[in-house]
Design a protein around this ligand. Structure first.
Ligand code: 2AM
Ligand code: CA
Length: 276
C-alpha cells in the first residue's frame, strides 16, 4: 500500500488540471452546436454523444503522455478497468451529459489520480457555471486560487441537501423515497442538479451542507471525494465507512451533520440498505 500522500501529487494535479481545461474547451465549443448531436443510448435513460468520447480522448492522450505507466478508468473508453489498483486516472469526461444535451447549465469534467485506492490529486472543472476546483491529498482544496471550506451549518433545519434520484435501477426507488420522506420535512431544501461530481463540489464549496445518492460509479465520485475531504468534510458509504473509489452509495456532508445525516438515511431500515 502506498503512503497516503505521494511526492508527485502536485505534478499529477497540474496534469489533471491541464487535461480538464482541454476537455472543457472542447465541450464549450461543441455546446454551440449541441442541436446537431446524436444521442446514443447506453441504456434507456443514460445517453452519450461524440462530445463525451471526444473529451475523454483528449484527456487520455494528455494524461498518458505526461504520466508514464498510468492506467485510465474512464466512463466512455475504459469503464471496466479497476479503480483501486496501481496508478490510475479516474475520468468522467462529461459529468451531467443529460444536462449538456438539454442545454441545462450544470455539467463538468471530473478527473482523479489515485494510487492503490488512495486519491492523490483531483480536479472538477465546472464548465457551465465556472470554476476549476482542485485538490491534492493533505494540501487542501481550492477553486481557482481560493481555498475551499465546507459549510459550518450545525442545524438540520438550515441544511440544503443535494441528491441524485435513482434513474436506472428502479428497485432502489422505494428505499430512496423513504429516505427523502424522512428528510424533507426537517431540512431547508433538497436539490437534484444532475451531476454528482458537481454536487460533491458544491459540498466542498459550502453551497450544499450534504449530498447523498444510492448508486454512483467511480468516475462520478472519485474527484469529488478528495475535494470534500480536503475542504474539511466527510464522505462515506451508508454505513459510515470511508467512501471507496469503487461503485456504490455515497453520503457526503460538512462533517458536523454527518452522524445526524447517516442516522436519518438509515432510520427504520431493517437490513443493510445496499448490497456490498
Ligand atoms: P453522467 O452525466 O456522466 O452520465 C448521478 O446521478 C450520475 O448519473 C450523474 O452524475 C450522471 O453522470 C449520471 N446519469 C446518467 N444518466 C442520468 C440521468 N438520466 N439522470 C441523472 N443522472 C444521470
Ligand atoms: Ca459522463
Amino acid at each position: 500500500m502506498a503512503s497516503p500522500a505521494h511526492p508527485k501529487r502536485q505534478d499529477w494535479r497540474d496534469t489533471a488540471v491541464a487535461a480538464a481545461n482541454a476537455a472543457a474547451q472542447f465541450i464549450t465549443h461543441e455546446a454551440m452546436s449541441r442541436h446537431t448531436l446524436t444521442w446514443e443510448e447506453k441504456s434507456a435513460t443514460d445517453f452519450v454523444s461524440r462530445v463525451d468520447v471526444g473529451a475523454e480522448e483528449r484527456i487520455r492522450d494528455m494524461i498518458t503522455a505526461r504520466i508514464p505507466g498510468i492506467r485510465m478508468v474512464g466512463e466512455e473508453l475504459s469503464a471496466d478497468a479497476h479503480p483501486e489498483q496501481g496508478l490510475v486516472a479516474i475520468v468522467d469526461p462529461l459529468d451531467g451529459t443529460t444536462n449538456f444535451l438539454h442545454g441545462f447549465p450544470n455539467y463538468g469534467v471530473s478527473i482523479c489520480i489515485a494510487l492503490d485506492g488512495v486519491p492523490q490529486a483531483a480536479v472538477v472543472h465546472d464548465v457551465a457555471r465556472g470554476g476549476v476546483l482542485h485538490a491534492t491529498a493533505g494540501d487542501g482544496a481550492f477553486v481557482n486560487s481560493s481555498r475551499l471550506r465546507v459549510s459550518t451549518t450545525t442545524s438540520p433545519a438550515r441544511a440544503l441537501i443535494g441528491t441524485g434520484i435513482p434513474f436506472k435501477d428502479v428497485s432502489q426507488a422505494d428505499l430512496y423515497l423513504r429516505q427523502l420522506r424522512r428528510l424533507m420535512p426537517i431540512i431547508s431544501g433538497v436539490r437534484r442538479a444532475g451531476s454528482a461530481a458537481l454536487d460533491l463540489s458544491d459540498v466542498a464549496r459550502g453551497r450544499f451542507d450534504g449530498f447523498w445518492e444510492l448508486f454512483l460509479n467511480p468516475w462520478d465520485l472519485a474527484a469529488g471525494v478528495l475535494l470534500v475531504r480536503e475542504a474539511g468534510g466527510r464522505v462515506t458509504d451508508l454505513e459510515g465507512h470511508e467512501a471507496p473509489l469503487t461503485r456504490g452509495p455515497i453520503v457526503a456532508s460538512n462533517g458536523i451533520l454527518h452522524d445526524w445525516f447517516l442516522g436519518m438515511l438509515n432510520e427504520g431500515e431493517v437490513s443493510a440498505p445496499y448490497p456490498p
